[in-house]
Each structure stands twice: as C-alpha cells, then as structure tokens.
Write a protein that binds this ligand. Structure first.
Ligand code: TXA
Ligand code: MG
Length: 331
C-alpha cells in the first residue's frame, strides 16, 4: 500500500472531551481546510469544507481514490441545501419527508453556488444530504460550511461504522476523528437522482425503497445501463480481504460464517447479523461483522467467509447490494 501521510498531526477519538469542545475543535479544523472524520447515522464520513478546493482535494488523497468521483455534500437542512441546488417539487417533497436522515438527493447544481467544482467531479449535478446525527449537524452549524464527506475509509474497503475503524483505515491521514459511538443505521444513505418528476435509484441504502416509493407515488426508476453514476455501483467495492461466498445455508469446515436469523452453526468463526431476523439490526451490524470475520479468517487461516441468504425486503435490498459487491471478483 502506498503511504503518504499528508497531515502528520493527529488527534484521535475525543470521546472523553465534552461534545461542545469537540464540535468547536472539529469546526475550526474544517474552517482551516483540514480533514475531520465525523460520525453520521449511516457511516463515518471523511469531512472537509465543500467550498474549499484544496480541502476537497485532500479527501481524494487521503482515501487513495483512483479518480475524482463526485462526493456527497452534507447540509443542515433544506434551506441550506437550496443554496447549492435546484429543488424540483418532487425533490422538495422527498427532503421534507426524510431529512434529516439517510437519503441523498442528486440534483441540478446551481451556478456560482460556491461549492468546489471537485465535489461534482465535472457533473452538472450535486449530491446533497442532511444527516441526522447531532454531532454532524452541530459541526455543520458551528463551522457554517457545507461538508463534503465520503465514507471515511480507504478506497474500496469496508465502510467504517465505529471510530476505531476510521483510525485503522485512515490513521494519520485525518486531522481529527470524532468518536460518536457506533452508527445507528450502519449502511450508507440511499441515493436518489431527481430529474424533473422522475426519481432514479442510484444506490440502495439506509432508507428502504418502499418508504421512498410511498412519497413518490410510483416505482423508482433504474439508472440507464451505460451510466456509471455512482462508483459504489461498480463491481468490487466494500471488499474484505477474505473471499466471500453468498447465499450459503451453512459454512464449509474451513470457512467463517456470517449468519442471519436462526443459525445452525455457531462457534468462534460465526457471527449473526441478526438472530431475530431483523433487517434494521442486520444493516447496523453488517460492516462491523465483515471486519471481524475478515480478521478471524486471517488469524485462523480460513479459506473465506460464507454468508447466509438475506431476504430482499426493506433494508435487505441495500444489505444484499453491499454483500454482492464485497463478493465480486477483485479489480
Ligand atoms: O451515508 C452516506 O452516504 C455516507 C455518509 C458519510 O454520508 N457517504 C457516502 O459517501 O457513502 P461515498 O462517497 O462513499 O459515496 C457517495 C456516492 C458515490 O457513489 C458517488 O459516486 C455518488 O454518491 N455521487 C455523489 N455525487 C453524485 C452525483 N452528482 N451524481 C451521481 N452520483 C453521485
Ligand atoms: Mg464509500
């Protein structure tokens, strides 16, 4: 791995620090153009001032992203979002229904809106989300800046749902890691592109399709086959090191097991996403369990991870999407 510690100074988890002081510190780093890892309800984000080109560029450097993929810009609310994008009535309806929360809207970007061009990676659109996590919201308020923030992990690896995942993955590449505990949703936001009165599902995520379709009043559209809107849509992504085998009723002898619901086999190399078969609990556990099983495979020389089938209802769509990517042949 290529290591280029861009930002040598580091101040890790500030859990013991009063939240107010932590927020103040994080906000001052953001204003100074530094990177701060922040908790959101979905996954930890690697945040920078979205109006500062250099700061946004540091995100790509820290993540080791192969190219300039567009980034989600985090805002406090709909009012703030309107500064950066045009909101057709359908987008406004969705924002009112689901913000703050795990929904990202891809919308036509306003000219001269002050956002770095890098956050849109050359597209005429911008992805916006108002996160629910109080810490993320306070940092946006305190800094007065919109925050560009992809998941706080090196490119292609598993998204972080705990502060220590961020430290393990990014370490000295980030100025401050704000420890807000485990993320309650645990899976990235659902991304919807709103184009006039059409709603296209670019990425399934923490907000189930059915909830959105109830507001839209019709089925979400699939993206046009040729468009690579979200790199999360590309083959190998969210990948553990260990090989992943899907829809496995049970593990082979030399496999670790990621279970769901009633589990025939348990033991040291088996973890359950949700013994009760609860898809919300399963989403919250997904990335942390993949990390743990990956480590167990390495320590015990196991051949890979077998994953139980997960039903396609509700958050099951996003869970299966991430599992499929994690199992895809590596690039
Ligand atoms: O829950 C989340 O969404 C987390 C937290 C931190 O908010 N963020 C996250 O960011 O997952 P990231 O960068 O890992 O994924 C953002 C996705 C990418 O697949 C990107 O291509 C897509 O959003 N995206 C961003 N702007 C876009 C745009 N203008 N058009 C299409 N896709 C866009
Ligand atoms: Mg990511």
């Amino acid at each position: 791995m290529k290591d280029a510690p861009a930002i040598p100074e580091i101040l890790t988890a500030v859990a013991p620090m009063a939240v107010d002081r932590g927020v103040e510190r994080a906000a001052s780093f953001i204003i100074a153009g530094d990177l701060v890892a922040i908790p959101t309800e979905t996954v930890y984000g690697l945040a920078a001032d979205a109006t500062n080109d250099r700061a946004v560029a540091k995100i790509f450097e820290a993540k080791g992203r192969p190219s300039f993929n567009p980034l989600i810009v985090h805002v406090a609310d709909l009012d703030m979002a309107r500064r950066y994008a045009d909101f057709p009535p359908l987008a406004e309806k969705l924002a009112r229904a689901f913000w703050p929360g795990p929904l990202t809207l891809v919308l036509p970007r306003k000219k001269d809106c002050g956002l770095s061009l890098l956050v849109s990676a050359g597209l005429e659109t911008v992805a916006l989300r108002a996160p629910k996590s109080p810490i993320a919201r306070q940092i946006i308020d305190k800094s007065g800046r919109p925050l560009a923030a992809p998941s706080a992990n090196r490119s292609g690896s598993i998204s972080p749902t705990q502060a220590e995942h961020v430290r393990d993955s990014l370490g000295r590449r980030v100025r401050l890691i704000f420890d807000g505990g485990a993320c309650s949703v645990g899976i990235e936001s659902t991304i919807i592109k709103v184009d006039g009165d059409r709603a296209v599902l670019l990425r399934p995520g923490g907000l189930p399709r059915a909830d959105i379709e109830r507001i839209v009043g019709m089925p979400l559209e699939a993206p046009a086959a040729a468009s690579i809107e979200a790199p999360g849509m590309l083959s190998s992504h969210y990948a553990p090191n260990a090989r992943l085998r899907l829809n496995a009723a049970a593990p082979e002898k030399d496999e670790a097991y990621l279970g769901f619901g009633a589990m025939a086999s348990d033991g040291d190399a088996a973890l359950n996403l949700s013994a009760a078969g609860d898809l919300v609990e399963a989403a919250a556990n997904l990335f942390a369990h993949l990390r743990s099983l990956d480590a167990i495979c390495a320590e015990n020389n196991l051949s890979g991870i077998a994953a139980a089938p997960v039903p396609m209802q509700g958050l099951g769509e996003a869970i299966n999407d991430r599992l499929k990517r994690a199992a895809a042949p590596r690039l």
